[in-house]
Design a protein around this ligand. Structure first.
Ligand code: CP
Length: 382
């Protein structure tokens, strides 16, 4: 208990106050000290959970998450975070809402915001649309609450958009901090494209990883075949952050070279850039045939790079058994990663995934609880 109390007292009071009411749209919009405090709180909530200390900060509140794409981990992390904070979790399938019938993001935000106390959204499939939807939904909530003179904070949490997957990258970072207690400065992290035959995956996981990891003095490498570029705004941010933090950011078109000597590898698939952009028009026209054709062409394009797999040979090019393998999951075993590499990393990736529940708890507690430090000390009975 003494350790938990010390951990609470170490939280930066001024930053906690500044973050009250704050929504998370992109990690790159948060300062490094703000992210540091968020990670400290994430670790505290994990320690509370392990010590069976309950933190029912928000009894009788409703935390709703809206998913416009499939999810196992993030959905359950949202529900787990809400339950641990004493709130009721609800997860809605976006396709069952009126959005597909033309209800706007602002209207949806207002309609949900009048009933709920926190809103999570996943909207990740169409470039240029997901993050815009999140911000518009947030505007809808704020405008409604302002109009009725209601002062409660209903934060919006990005549960994966077209640009970023912040609860994933923060969970990844929390796992890296645990795995490398000596610090991340100077470590080499390779974020690499890997082959997938299953579906054309969004760009936001690698974009989220390079824009967050480049802020901690690491040597971040991005590897992909030609044509699998990421949104330029994200590679530009990674380059700038690396320079500011004393690390580096380098792009490779070859997987072997990018793996050489790496401490950490994060090999994962995403869709070809031009075809992901082609989705925008097809989606606007509600042209399902064209959407299916884009998907078919993306998978055909992927097949040309089926040797981009994280296997034992490539792990040996890195640091062999000392290389940390990371993945956001689910991984295409046999395509993105060999069965042997995945089997060895099975518990590591599970521990990485488990951090997300504490990241979401931290985001919601910071945004919604005034005098958070004092309230946590009360709950600890200190
Ligand atoms: N990594 C991740 O976000 O998993 P889900 O898609 O299952 O939520």
């Amino acid at each position: 208990m003494d350790e938990l109390r010390t951990h609470i007292e170490r939280l930066d009071e001024a930053i906690l106050t500044a973050l009250e009411g704050r929504s998370l749209f992109l990690t790159r919009e948060w300062s490094r000290p703000e992210l540091q405090t968020l990670l400290d709180l994430t670790e505290l909530f994990q320690a509370f959970d392990r010590a069976r200390v309950q933190v029912p900060l928000f009894p009788n509140e409703l935390f709703l998450a809206l998913f416009f794409d499939a999810s196992t981990r993030t959905r359950s992390a949202w529900a787990g975070a809400a339950a641990r904070l004493g709130a009721h979790p609800v997860v809605l399938d976006g396709s069952s809402t009126q959005v597909s019938h033309g209800e706007t993001a602002e209207e949806t935000g207002a309609m949900l915001g009048m009933n709920v106390h926190a809103l999570g959204i996943r909207h990740d499939l169409i470039p240029g649309e997901g993050n815009t939807f999140l911000r518009a939904a947030h505007r809808g909530i704020v405008d409604y609450l302002d109009a009725i003179g209601e002062r409660r904070a209903v934060p919006v949490v990005n549960l994966q958009c077209d640009v970023d997957h912040p609860t994933q990258s923060l969970a990844d970072l929390a796992w890296l901090r645990e795995r490398f207690p000596e610090g991340l400065e100077g470590k080499t992290l390779t974020v690499s494209w890997a082959y997938s035959p299953s579906y054309a995956k969004p760009l936001s996981v690698p974009q989220g990883a390079i824009t967050l990891m480049s802020r901690w003095g690491m040597h971040v490498r991005l590897a992909h075949p030609p044509g699998y570029e990421l949104m330029p705004e994200t590679t530009e941010a990674a380059r700038r952050f690396a320079q500011e933090s004393g690390g580096s950011f380098t792009v490779f078109n070859e997987m072997d070279e990018a793996f050489e000597g790496a401490d950490i590898v994060y090999p994962k698939s995403w869709g070809p850039y031009d075809l992901m952009l082609e989705r925008v028009e097809a989606n606007r026209a509600k042209d399902l045939e064209r959407m299916a054709d884009i998907e078919r062409r993306a998978l055909e394009r992927n097949r040309a790079f089926s040797d981009w797999i994280c296997d034992e040979r490539r792990m040996d090019l890195a640091r062999g058994a000392d290389t940390l393998y990371m993945h956001c999951l689910p991984a295409d075993i046999g395509s993105e990663v060999s069965p042997a590499v995945m089997e060895r990393a099975r518990m590591d990736v599970a521990r990485e995934a488990n951090k997300k529940v504490y990241v979401i708890m931290a985001l919601l507690a910071m945004a919604k609880q005034t005098r958070l430090r004092a309230r946590l000390l009360e709950l600890l009975g200190a």
